[in-house]
Design a protein around this ligand. Sequence first.
Ligand code: TRP
Length: 477
Amino acid sequence: MSGHNVWTHKGTFLLAAVGSAVGLGNLWRFPYLTGENGGGAFILIYALTIFAVGIPIFIAETMLGRTSRQSPIMGMRHLTKTHKTSRAWESIGWLGAAAAFLILSFYSVIAGWALHYTWLMLTGSLVGADATTISAGFDALLASPGLMTLYHTLFIAFSALIVGLGIHKGIESGLRIMMPALFAILIVVLIYGVINGDVGAAANFLFTFNIADLSLEGWLQAVGQSFFTLSLGMGAIMAYGAYMSSEASLTRTAIAVAFVDTAIAMVAGLAIFSLVFGAGLETDQGPGLMFVTLPLAFADMPFGALVGGVFFILVLGAAISSSISLIEPVAAFLVERFDMTRPQAVTIMVVAAWAMGLLTVVSFNVWAEGTIFHALFERSAFEFIELLTNIFMPLGGLMIALFAGWALTQSEVMKELGTNITWFKTWRLLVRFVGPAAVSFVFLRTIPQVEGYVVPTLGALLIVGVFALSQRLRKSA
Ligand code: TRP
């Protein structure tokens, strides 16, 4: 039944996809990656990757959703039948569901920290606090499984409520209120940063073109980030695409999502680094930037408690609009496959992800070391889950690109794309070859042991394998 659901408005898919794309990846990860990797040079590669790899795969993923009009798992099952390909391609859906479940489990815990900081800011607890106090406060949060579980529970329950209300009353209405508010807050924080901070230093830090700083690693990170930030490769975009109006343009929508997502990342970077430089602080990397350095910058600024509080509400909102797109594909599957009601399906997905999230909670305290995960994988449970998602996402993206590029027929794709033959040919070239090659390299980098000559060697092997696979797909198309 839900398979035939379509968004109320032609533009809702765009809103939903932007909501999914804009999240912790933009507000926190993009700024520091850019600073670390040569500023302008990194942004150039990132933009190039978004265009050559991100946008084409985004189109492919949306297309698979819209042609099948079902949840990713059922949709791929349907497409493997109608295109007489191996049932194995259904794993695009299963892999995506697994990745969504795993990402949701830790995303909710991290977003819970923002809830803590919203509270601390708005109650004025951090006004005038010094560096030692603020960083001790963050350590205390991480040391408390109870407090972290409380925030994790509140965040995931609220996300579940929105998805449980359905795609119209819950997701659409929620996004229509949330997204404009988020843009407004971001502009306020940027203006505040320009007035109280050092926007010149921030712009310099972000946009100075220093090609020497850009390593191979930087290239690879740019590709990885373009994937993560567009929510690609795990069915979220496919699930939303299943509700997309047949009239909306795939190409124009994909370009718009990529543009808005990138613009928000850059504005957030400008605002954050203006404040950090204005307060004379270091551009520390990792979780510390948002939860220690930034609160410290706000602590001494006029109206810092209020604007800081509003900033963390922005982080929370961006995280919620992303987490609902993590719940949707799995919930939709449970409704379609087992005839559950939507609240039942959402409850099952969210309770399971909540329980899984407890592993992330304890990874920062009682299970910080000496567990089975450390013994087997040399990392905490949280880091292991993160590694798994970093493998599942590019793998899913690779398979989506191959399936859309080789198994779908020209007439099907032309009908979906609705454009001229030149763009069709360009797109198909990008998803058949360029995307898979780029993703293969990123994928290899996520395997920590692979270094030196092994990378190009395995990369070449992988490309040959991918090509062999694609020829089989083509025969069946
Ligand atoms: N794009 C999100 C961000 O930048 C993170 C993300 C990755 C995501 N994959 C996703 C969100 C799938 C929702 C669905 O924070």
